[in-house]
Write a protein that binds this ligand. Structure first.
Ligand SMILES: NC(=O)C1=CN([C@@H]2O[C@H](COP(=O)(O)OP(=O)(O)OC[C@H]3O[C@@H](n4cnc5c(N)ncnc54)[C@H](O)[C@@H]3O)[C@@H](O)[C@H]2O)C=CC1
Ligand SMILES: O=C(O)[C@@H]1CCC=N1
Length: 272
């Protein structure tokens, strides 16, 4: 299978580097196109991927197209590629927030029946730790779906969800790495304020958060049960939990998820 990425920015480069590290495809079977050609050429040379000087050149050679550009570019890029896409009928995979399966089909021509898959990965794909959601339209074959799930399982964990849950998924997985990084950075800033070197504090906090995430995934205990196990009576942890709740930690994080969902819905409304 030859897989072509249209757009090689933050997310595509994370997936490509993750795929290459995991050996999912030979690098030369990964084709890349984007706007800034000198930068793209350097990226292709560094990764061993196949450089394409235009989106059309890429579409003419691949079996799977990964659309990895910003949502507002779909209406410019897809109609221009429509004839060649309809001629070759590749599997279309989009990783964009706010662009529905139905919208992609409309941009490719309502009278056609393209196999289209929507994926919401996250940037941790670069180290093989993405949490990705996958949703498909009616024309995707089981073999095509297996290929996409295999690709995103190679760079983390991929699950199939109904498309109507995509906005919520972005709030807890697509955008959430940024929120987790912010939490770790905030812990490190607290340590910095108390006199510890920030770099050392960041590594310590990141390992503590990594272990906590693994504990939730591997212990089969609910987070609240684990919280109680850390809190000694009259101890340090309950003092910290109380301080977090003084500033509405729980509702602040819930509000962040709601804001993410709302923004995804706004982007989708603009695209429709
Ligand atoms: N950054 C992230 O953590 C995540 C991003 N996404 C989605 O991935 C998509 C890309 O996001 P990023 O990688 O963050 O954006 P980015 O801005 O880093 O990359 C966009 C890429 O598109 C290319 N591009 C722009 N116009 C083009 C054109 N006409 N033809 C071909 N390539 C063109 C740019 O040169 C660049 O390589 C978005 O739709 C976003 O919703 C999804 C999950 C996570
Ligand atoms: O911020 C964004 O819109 C993209 C989608 C999910 C993560 N980054």
């Amino acid at each position: 299978m030859k897989v072509g990425f249209i757009g090689t920015g933050n997310m595509a480069s994370a997936i490509i580097k993750g795929m290459i590290t995991k050996g999912f495809l030979p690098p030369s079977d990964i084709y890349v196109s984007s706007l800034q050609l000198p930068k793209l050429k350097k990226f292709a040379e560094e990764t061993g991927t196949t450089f394409c000087s235009s989106n059309a050149e890429l579409v003419a050679q691949v079996d799977v197209i990964i659309l990895a550009v910003k949502p507002n570019l779909f209406q410019e890029i897809l109609p221009a590629l429509q004839p060649i896409i309809q001629d070759r009928n590749p599997l279309i995979v989009s990783i964009a927030a706010g662009v529905s399966l139905e919208k992609i089909q409309r941009l490719l021509g309502d009278n056609h029946t393209n196999s289209i898959v929507r994926v919401m990965p996250n940037v941790n794909a670069m180290i093989g730790e993405s949490m990705s959601a996958v949703s498909k339209n009616d024309y995707v074959t089981p073999a095509q779906m297996d290929f996409v799930l295999g690709m995103f399982n190679a760079v983390g964990l991929a699950i199939e969800i109904e498309e109507r849950y995509f906005s919520i998924f972005i709030g807890i997985a697509g955008s959430a790495p940024a929120y987790a990084y912010l939490f770790i950075d905030s812990l490190a800033r607290g340590a910095l304020k108390a006199g510890m070197n920030k770099e050392q504090a960041t590594r310590i906090a990141a390992q503590a958060v990594l272990g906590s995430a693994k504990m939730i995934l591997e212990s089969n205990e609910a987070p609240w049960v684990l919280i109680d196990k850390v809190c000694s009576p009259g101890g340090t942890t309950i003092a910290g939990i109380s301080a977090l709740e003084d500033r509405n930690f729980i509702s602040t994080v819930m509000h962040a998820v709601e804001a993410t969902i709302q923004r995804d819905e706004e982007i989708a409304a603009k695209q429709s």
